[in-house]
Design a binder for this molecule. Structure first.
Ligand code: ZN
Length: 337
């Protein structure tokens, strides 16, 4: 029997991917609702397929886990329920009142079989259903570009973001493992086009790459925020650049620890203290909460258990998260309702 307790502090979450944010039992139910043939008939075997079961995994293994959840979410019915469940669950479990779920519509259309507009509209419907039930919550969608897709495919995603801006798409982001031929420089024009149309921009950087690569990304892309970016801790010049551009980093401690980019609690402390003490703004996030068996409350608790930040400093990072949100309205007044 699941019991609910009332969480205390209001939180904002700005960096998490929908594919790995749906609780396994809901994903299981969605898959059956749609008649998807799963690799296992047993729930717990399925559970092991969509969650991380080793303390450390390789970067490649980490991305392989995404495939099954993306397949299950590849329909309008599934996307509507996904958004509804994720937004309402985040409010009930962690008192998250501002959230910006991200997903790549190109990985939800079964290789072109489904219509991208229908997928995005279904996601927006699910979001609106949750916001109608929980009026304290504000939310906006971030659509993801991917380093493995062509620039033409990514341009389609950007244009869809612009098309649905007034319905609740608030930002674009680039994610995915590095692929041959991908260059950040090639995306400066698409990022500028999105921004001109009122779409905010963020990017995955300073995660698997280096501080020097991040330095370059900061020079070439017009940005409103950063996803990860923790590699800057080793380079005062890059931290200074982030600070001067007034960018907030959306860090994901458990995600970085699980693939070994951050080695242990001691390393996490070194990273986060360096950023905080250099005046770099950041907030903590979950990245892939159901896959990593985490939630925002647990991520914030890591800062306590490893004695990284004081309570006042933790509160400051929570304020930074609210300030850095792309959702443009005040609490209780969601623009899209
Ligand atoms: Zn991410």
């Amino acid at each position: 029997m699941v019991t609910s307790t009332r969480p205390t502090k209001e939180l904002a979450e700005l960096h998490f991917h929908l594919g790995q944010s749906v609780e396994p039992h809901i994903l299981w139910s969605i898959a059956h609702e749609q008649g998807i043939k799963l690799p296992s008939k047993d729930y717990w075997e399925f559970f092991d397929l969509v969650t991380l079961n080793k303390e450390k995994v390789t970067w490649e293994d980490y991305h392989k886990l995404f495939h099954l959840t993306e397949l299950i979410q590849s329909s309008p019915v599934s996307m509507e329920r996904t958004l509804y469940e994720v937004i309402s669950g985040a409010y009930r479990v962690s008192n998250i009142t501002v959230l910006e779920p991200s997903f790549n519509p190109m990985f939800r259309n079964r290789g072109g079989e489904r219509d991208l507009d229908q997928i995005i509209l279904a996601a927006l419907r699910g979001m609106e259903r949750a916001l109608a039930e929980f009026p304290k919550v504000r939310a906006g969608l971030i659509v993801l570009l991917d380093r493995r897709l062509s620039k033409e495919q990514n341009a389609v995603v950007v244009r869809k973001a612009i098309k649905y801006r007034s319905r609740g798409v608030v930002g674009i982001d680039i994610a995915g493992p590095v692929a041959d031929g991908f260059r950040y420089d090639d995306y400066a024009d698409l990022y500028a086009e999105a921004r001109d149309a009122g779409i905010k921009t963020t990017v995955h950087t300073g995660e698997d790459g280096t501080a020097e690569e991040m330095d370059h990304v900061l020079d070439v892309l017009p940005l409103d925020r950063l996803n990860h970016g923790f590699r800057a801790y080793s380079n005062p010049k890059v931290m200074e650049k982030v600070r001067k551009k007034n960018l907030t980093m959306c860090l994901c401690p458990t995600s970085n620890l699980s693939v070994g980019f951050i080695k242990d609690g001691g390393h996490l402390k070194e990273v986060i203290r360096a950023l905080y003490d250099a005046g770099v703004k950041f907030c903590v996030n979950t990245d892939n909460p159901s896959m990593l068996k985490t939630n925002l409350t647990k991520e914030i608790d890591l800062l306590r258990t490893h004695a990284i930040l004081t309570e006042e400093e933790i509160d400051q990072t929570i304020r930074w998260a609210f300030e850095a949100s792309f959702v443009p309205t005040e609490i209780g007044k969601n623009l899209y309702l």
